[in-house]
Write a new protein. Structure first.
Length: 283
C-alpha cells in the first residue's frame, strides 16, 4: 500500500467514525428524558420530626431558545406527583432571553409541596437581568430568596434553608442567611455553584449543600466523564459528594445551553429523603 492509498483509507475510516459518533449522539440524545433520582441522606442529629422528610430539587431550566416550555411542564407534573415536603429551585431560569422568565415562572408556580417552593438564583440570572428575573417571580407570586434564611417547622423542631446569592456574579452572605437560624437545627445550603462547597463545608452548622450550574456537563463520555464544565463547577460536577463532612449534591438540571443535547446525563429531578444519624456514624 502506498502513502496515497493509506491516507485515503485512513480518511475514510476517520470520517466513518465521526459520522457514527454524531449519529450515536443524535439517536442517544436524552435531553427530553426526565428522570427521578432518589437519594437517601443521613443527617447528624436530625430531629425526629424530620425523619423521612423529602426534598425535591430542580435546577437550570434555561428556558429558550433550546429548552422549551413543554419540558418544564412535564418536570413540574412529575415533581408534584412525588408529593415532596418542600421543593427547592437552585437557579439559572433563563439563558439569553431574559423575557422567557414570564413564560417560565407561571409554570413553576404550579409546583406544590407542604412547605412550598424555595428558590435561589444562578449566574445566568444575574447576567440576563436580575431585576427582570425578580419581577417575573414577584408577578407569579413565587418567592425568590437572596441571602435569606427560611425556617421549615415540623412539630417543635426546625430545618434551616440558607439561601445564598449567586457565587460567581453575586455577593453571597452566609451570615445574613443564617441570621434567623435556631441553634442546633440542621442547615441546608442552597447555592448554585457546587465548587464553593470547599469554602462553606468548613462551617460545621451546614449538613448539606444543594447546587446546580454544571448540567453534569450535558455530555458524559465513558471513562472520561464531562467533556466541558463551567467555572466553579469543575471539582464536583455530577451528583453526590462528601466534602469535609458536608454532603454536596450537584443536580444536572432540566434544560440545556449551547447544544440541544444530553448524553449519559438526562434531565433530572432529585428527591432527597433525610434520615437521622449520630455523630461519627456517617459514611
Amino acid at each position: 500500500m502506498n502513502r496515497r492509498d493509506f491516507l485515503k483509507i485512513t480518511g475514510i475510516a476517520t470520517a466513518g467514525v465521526a459520522a457514527s459518533s454524531v449519529s450515536f449522539l443524535v439517536l442517544g440524545n436524552e435531553a427530553q428524558n426526565i428522570i427521578v433520582e432518589r437519594v437517601q441522606l443521613p443527617i447528624v442529629d436530625l430531629p425526629p420530626s424530620f425523619e423521612g422528610f423529602r426534598i425535591a430539587q430542580l435546577s437550570d431550566f434555561h428556558l429558550e431558545p433550546l429548552t422549551k416550555i413543554e419540558l418544564v411542564q412535564r418536570a413540574v407534573a412529575i415533581t408534584n406527583s412525588l408529593k415532596p415536603d418542600v421543593i427547592v429551585l437552585t437557579g439559572d431560569y433563563v439563558w439569553h432571553q431574559v423575557e422567557s422568565i414570564f413564560d417560565l415562572v407561571p409554570e413553576l408556580a404550579k409546583l406544590n409541596a407542604k412547605h412550598g417552593v424555595i428558590s435561589v438564583i444562578g449566574n445566568h440570572d444575574v447576567w440576563a437581568g436580575l431585576n427582570i428575573i425578580k419581577a417575573g417571580f414577584k408577578g407569579a407570586g413565587l418567592p425568590l430568596y437572596i441571602n435569606q434564611g427560611v425556617q421549615l417547622v415540623e412539630g417543635k423542631s426546625s430545618l434551616h434553608l440558607a439561601c445564598l446569592d449567586d457565587g460567581w456574579s453575586g455577593t453571597p452572605d452566609l451570615e445574613a442567611a443564617m441570621e434567623n437560624w435556631v441553634d442546633g437545627s440542621p442547615v441546608v445550603l442552597l447555592l448554585h455553584e457546587p465548587d464553593l462547597a470547599d469554602r462553606y463545608s468548613s462551617d460545621s452548622r451546614i449538613s448539606l449543600q444543594l447546587a446546580g450550574h454544571t448540567h453534569g456537563g450535558q455530555v458524559r463520555l465513558p471513562l472520561v466523564g464531562a467533556v466541558i464544565l463551567p467555572y466553579l463547577g469543575r471539582n464536583y460536577d455530577y451528583r453526590l459528594y462528601r466534602v469535609n463532612g458536608m454532603w454536596l449534591y450537584t443536580n444536572p438540571g432540566i434544560g440545556v445551553i449551547s447544544v440541544a443535547a444530553r448524553y449519559n446525563c438526562p434531565p433530572e429531578i432529585t428527591e432527597f429523603t433525610l434520615v437521622g444519624t449520630q455523630s461519627g456514624t456517617q459514611s
